[in-house]
Structure formats: C-alpha cells, structure tokens
Ligand binder design. Structure first.
Ligand code: ZN
Length: 143
C-alpha cells in the first residue's frame, strides 16, 4: 500500500503509457483528488509539448562564437627567433667541427667515427635543450 502522493515522474510515465502503469499508482489515483488534479494537468500539457516546434535560434550561433574568439597569433615570437638562431648556430658549429675533424683526422678512421658519434650526441642534446626551451616558452606564453 502506497503512503505518499505520486511523484512527477510517476505521473508523467502514467500519462505517457495511457494509464498502463503499476497497479499501486492506479489504486492511489482512484481515491486521491490532489493527484487526480495534477494528473489532469499533465494530460493537458504532454500533447502540447509533442506538437511544439523545435526551438531554433533566430541568429547565427556559429558566427557569434567565431566573432568572439580571440584572434590566432600570427607570426613568430622573439623567443622562437632566438630558438631558430640557436639551432642554426648549433648546426653550423656541428658542420664546422665535422669539417675540421674529417680534414685533420681523416687518416684516423676510429677518431673520425668517434668524432661523428660525439657530434651526434651533442646534436641530440642540443635538440632536447631546444625542445625543453620551447616547452618553457609555451608555458610562459600561457601565463
Ligand atoms: Zn496523491
């Protein structure tokens, strides 16, 4: 036996299922005038909701959003120019070192290979340094 009134969900389910709900709801409705009145209101409301046209904006939402977006930053910042200069200088230094080493150490294959390995490691470390610098720059730009 049910003790309280019907919930809104129970009433909506009852109306939408044309009264084919749980027996206890029907039993409560048969004697509770408060719930009968509320149920009558739902019976009036639901068909109106079904026939209502879908809501539509009378303005262009996409255009408004795009107009309010901050403009994308175009161009290269000073920090990025410095990074590219550093990379360029690193590459030139590496090539210069390679030239000097192959020219004066060409007779010694082991030394040449060793030099190339050292330059490779240095290049890799410079690349990592630049990457870390770029990450820090991005963090700074977002502060
Ligand atoms: Zn009731």
């Amino acid at each position: 036996m049910r003790t309280g009134h019907l919930t809104h969900e129970e009433m909506q389910d009852w109306v939408m299922s044309d009264g084919q709900g749980a027996d206890e709801i029907g039993a409560h409705l048969s004697h509770c005038t408060a719930c009968q009145e509320e149920l009558a209101a739902y019976k009036l409301m639901l068909p109106m909701l079904e026939t209502m046209p879908a809501a539509a904006f009378d303005f262009d939402v996409a255009e408004m959003v795009l107009a309010n977006l901050p403009e994308r930053q175009v161009g290269v910042s000073v920090g990025m120019v410095m990074v590219y200069l550093m990379v360029g200088a690193g590459v030139l230094a590496g090539l210069g070192a390679l030239y000097v080493m192959t020219r004066y150490l060409a007779f010694n294959l082991v030394a040449g290979i060793g030099a190339i390995m050292i330059i490779s490691v240095l290049g890799f470390q410079i690349r990592e340094m630049v990457k870390q610098y770029q990450r820090q720059l991005r963090l700074l730009e977002h502060c």
